[in-house]
Unconditional design. Structure first.
Lengths: 239, 127
């Protein structure tokens, strides 16, 4: 039996739905702007047909706005496509920077998201063998908790640093002790546990530390062959 | 009719405001719930506020409640890109009307006409 299929339970489905809802909301906003701008062009055309002069700058501003929104729409669709394909291979080798970049981009569609930066130390790329979809879900939930606490005006930086021989640590600031009573919630903790991710809530530094194992194989027996694109291997240089 | 449009999607409200102005309405914009609330607190008055439900900070439903306390005469229309049944029920219960994004200008005008109760009916653009 393929145990990895069991990982995609209700919680991960709920995460998938939540992200898709936020993406569709973003696309609706894009379409709403295009709709209003093209509607304004139509109104201006009606006025022009009655002989009223229309300022060329107004037309230029409208067409420029439509083009910008189309690009915004394409960028959103690219993220949606990337996210949708993250379930293609239950287990694969991924660069944590890529995973975090995508999750930050997805979380930006939330109305309460704060500005989030990403920083990693020198050395090899932080590549791990994991279930990328569940890792995304755990990171996303962590960011949502942080955003709810900091509010949309805040700005913080997520760090990735080598842990030891066994993996990488992702550090999330923006928490405080009171949040550690509700974070991680059961769903997030269960998903994290299923891929060997340890979540530490540090009440001294007000941050969450997430330890990602170099290889999921070290914490669970896989019944499927992991997909390892190219020659990438989960590894890093010693600190 | 004096209308206040509140949405954090700045281009959207600016374009919509221009379209309403072309139809003879006095349309003003705020890009956040906080700004809209401060304007009402300072004494600005509008016949109708058109509010986005999901905004950073003060969302449309909370904004409607707080503005309504200051000016009980003001009427409200919700706009939202969210389309769940729960959102619709919430919007329909809390405001005079609820329109999904992307909106149809004719539907909005019809709604505003209804709220204006005839005499202040919104004209076609350019009239």
């Amino acid at each position: 039996m393929d145990k990895t299929k069991d990982w995609f339970g209700y919680d991960s489905l709920a995460f998938f739905g939540k992200v898709n809802a936020s993406i569709s909301h973003e696309l609706k906003n894009v379409m709403a702007i295009i709709s209003e701008t093209s509607g304004l062009l139509s109104d201006l055309s009606d006025l022009a047909s009655t002989g009223k002069p229309i300022a060329p700058d107004m037309l230029k501003s409208c067409t420029g706005s439509i083009m910008e929104e189309i690009q915004r729409g394409f960028a959103t669709i690219r993220q949606m496509n990337r996210f949708s394909h993250s379930v293609d291979n239950p287990v694969q080798s991924v660069n944590l920077l890529d995973v975090l970049e995508m999750v930050i981009a997805l979380s930006e569609y939330l109305s309460f998201s704060a500005k989030t930066n990403l920083r990693s130390g020198p050395g090899d790329a932080p590549v791990v063998l994991t279930c990328p979809f569940l890792l995304q879900a755990v990171v996303y939930q962590t960011l949502v908790f942080a955003y709810k606490h900091t509010g949309p005006e805040a700005e913080f930086t997520i760090f990735i640093q080598p842990l030891d021989d066994s993996g990488w640590r992702i550090i999330f600031p923006g928490f405080d002790v009171s949040m550690f009573q509700v974070f991680p919630d059961v769903a997030t903790a269960t998903m994290a546990n299923s891929i060997g991710v340890a979540i530490h809530c540090d009440s001294v530094t007000d941050r969450v530390e997430m330890d990602i194992p170099l290889s999921i194989e070290s914490i669970t027996a896989l019944d499927v062959s992991p997909e390892i694109p190219g020659t990438a291997k989960p590894s890093r240089s010693r600190a | 009719m004096k209308v206040l449009l509140v949405d954090d999607e700045q281009k959207f409200v600016l374009m919509l405001a221009k379209r309403l102005e072309l139809r003879g309405l006095q349309a003003d914009v705020s890009f956040s719930g906080q700004n809209a609330l401060e304007r009402i607190e300072r004494g600005e008055r509008f016949d109708v506020a058109i509010l986005d439900v999901k905004m950073p900070g003060i969302g449309g439903i909370e904004l409607r409640r707080r503005m309504g306390l200051i000016d009980p005469r003001m009427k409200f229309v919700f706009l939202t890109g969210h389309g769940s049944n729960m959102d619709y029920t919430l919007g329909a219960n809390e405001a005079e009307d609820y329109l999904p994004k992307p909106l149809k200008i004719d539907e909005l005008i019809e709604t505003l006409n209804r709220l204006a109760e005839g005499p202040q009916a919104v004209p076609e653009p350019g009239n």
